[in-house]
Write a protein that binds this ligand. Structure first.
Ligand code: SAM
Length: 274
């Protein structure tokens, strides 16, 4: 975005000190443990997975109105919700599974009326049906795929987790609400999950980023035609991942790759550094 068109929220996002970069854990399975995130957030004040708000702000403002009731899940130490707030989106419930992350949010939200922090498992949300207009997440769903060995045929445990998260986002959205997911996961792999039976939204996406494109998915409830559900079995022809990861954060790459044992982790680290 050109500097002369940036909003005050955008400028504040860019002027903050740069996010901290953490070493990835020794094993990707750690990303699935709440204890890993609690320990991490003890030391990490601010970190943005993938990209910060300034890179996809134009897409957020296209899909979220100032009056919308917004739920962010898996927010961690990101400033996404505060950046949206500074852009006039004033009713935001910002959640994470990590107690430490939520304590930090509460401290930061003290002077931001309308911003609420709450501990919440995105697989079992403590909110009423149809209580939000927008659910948004960045990088949290990708964590659920971290032990997926084969993107073409996700293990039942992985599929169960992802379906559980989608069912919960769908449940808490109003009948025309939108689920926004900002992710590495490619459309070909995500569509069978997004458009599975029981979910009434259809998948649309835009991309952002420089060398590597990140995906900004929008799933509007009630937009799927009858009989258009997908299944995991419908995934047929492998696509090239086509990633250029020389500028990618090593943690982003770890989440994206879907490889799970430690030797593979070492290979990925080398690939990131080369
Ligand atoms: C990759 S980080 C993304 C953080 C942040 N959204 C960002 O963009 O920087 C994943 C986040 O998901 C949270 N998380 C993991 N499992 C979760 C669950 N079941 N429910 C809610 N949050 C979860 C972690 O605590 C962590 O904050």
């Amino acid at each position: 975005m050109a500097a002369d068109t940036a909003s005050s929220g955008d400028i504040q996002a860019q002027q903050r000190s740069p996010p901290e970069r953490q070493d990835p854990p020794p094993n990707k399975l750690h990303y699935l443990r709440p204890s890993y995130w609690d320990e991490r957030f003890q030391g990490e004040q601010h970190y943005e997975w993938f990209k910060n708000y300034s890179h996809f702000r134009h897409l957020v403002l296209k899909h979220i109105k100032p009056t919308d009731r917004v739920l962010e899940v898996g927010a961690g130490s990101s400033r996404l919700s505060e950046d949206m707030y500074r852009d006039g989106i004033r009713h935001i419930t910002c959640t994470d599974l990590s107690t430490v992350a939520v304590e930090r949010m509460r401290e930061r939200f003290v002077d931001l009326p309308g911003m609420v922090a709450a501990e919440a498992d995105m697989l079992n949300l403590p909110f009423d049906d149809e209580s939000f207009d927008v659910v948004i997440e960045k990088g949290a769903m990708d964590v659920l795929f971290v032990d997926c060995d084969d993107q073409w045929s996700p293990e039942p445990e992985v599929a169960k987790r992802v379906r559980g998260m989608l069912a919960e986002a769908h449940r808490v959205l109003n009948p025309t609400g939108v689920f926004i997911t900002i992710a590495f996961g490619q459309p070909h792999f995500r569509r069978p999950f997004f458009e599975a039976e029981g979910l009434t939204w259809s998948m649309k996406y835009e991309t952002f980023g420089d060398n590597f494109h990140y995906f900004f998915y929008t799933l509007y409830k009630g937009t799927k035609d009858a009989g258009e559900s997908f299944s995991l079995e419908s995934m047929a022809v492998p696509l090239s991942l086509g990633m250029e990861h020389e500028n990618m954060d090593s943690e982003d790459y770890l989440l994206q790759s879907g490889l799970s044992d430690d030797d593979d982790d070492d290979d990925e680290e080398r690939a990131c550094q080369s």
